[in-house]
Design a protein around this ligand. Structure first.
Ligand SMILES: [Fe+2]
Length: 198
């Protein structure tokens, strides 16, 4: 089995017991055969954080984080922003990898699923997008804010829902963040819009 197929298996195994917490409309697109694309792998500076993140996850999150870390240099990581958006230091501490989606390792037009990495002491400012989103942090300690509300610390395994076009932001403390994301509805390849949404 390829590393990407192992990661897909781990993702499905992690989400299966969470069917009561993650709305079915997000999970439906994960079932069935998903054709694999032959993507060119791409590494990023933030991947240095992966092994540390895999050590810091909650217990149920550990196999998934380890499968991601084990994907090593075969995965295509990306960044939405440039240095002009949030600065160079942000780019050294930020990246995402789309496992499923319109651009991901496994093709789907209905759902996007992937992972976000943020380094310690990193602020990912308010941004929003048309797709509604589920985030499940695999590591705890990050402050999450939605719709301009006061930031709140979220623990590993919590299910966070961001409705369409509602802005959200994250701020890490001493620990890095590894989070699983799911997108549905809207343009699944949309570049997030920086700033306040609705
Ligand atoms: Fe988002």
């Amino acid at each position: 089995m390829t590393k990407t197929a192992l990661l897909l298996d781990s993702l499905r195994a992690y989400l299966k017991p969470r069917a009561g917490e993650v709305p079915a409309r997000f999970l439906d697109g994960l079932d069935g055969p998903l054709p694999e694309r032959d993507l060119v792998p791409r590494g990023l500076s933030c991947l240095r954080l992966l092994d540390d993140c895999a050590e810091r996850t909650g217990l149920p999150e550990q196999p998934l984080a380890r499968a991601l870390a084990g994907g090593g240099d075969e995965l295509a990581w990306g960044q939405t922003y440039g240095a002009g958006d949030f600065g160079e230091a942000f780019l050294e501490n930020y990246g995402w990898m789309e496992l499923i989606g319109t651009r991901g390792h496994f093709a789907s037009a209905a759902i996007a699923a992937g992972f976000l990495l943020l380094g310690p002491a990193t602020h990912y400012p308010d941004h929003h997008h048309a797709a509604e989103e589920i985030y499940i942090p695999l590591t705890g300690g990050t402050l999450w804010s939605m719709g301009g509300a006061a930031p709140a610390a979220r623990h590993a395994g919590e299910v966070i829902h961001h409705p369409s076009d509602v802005s959200h932001s994250m701020r890490t403390g001493e620990a890095p963040l590894l989070a699983l994301y799911l997108w549905r509805g809207g343009d699944l390849a949309q570049r997030s819009v920086i700033g306040k949404g609705r």
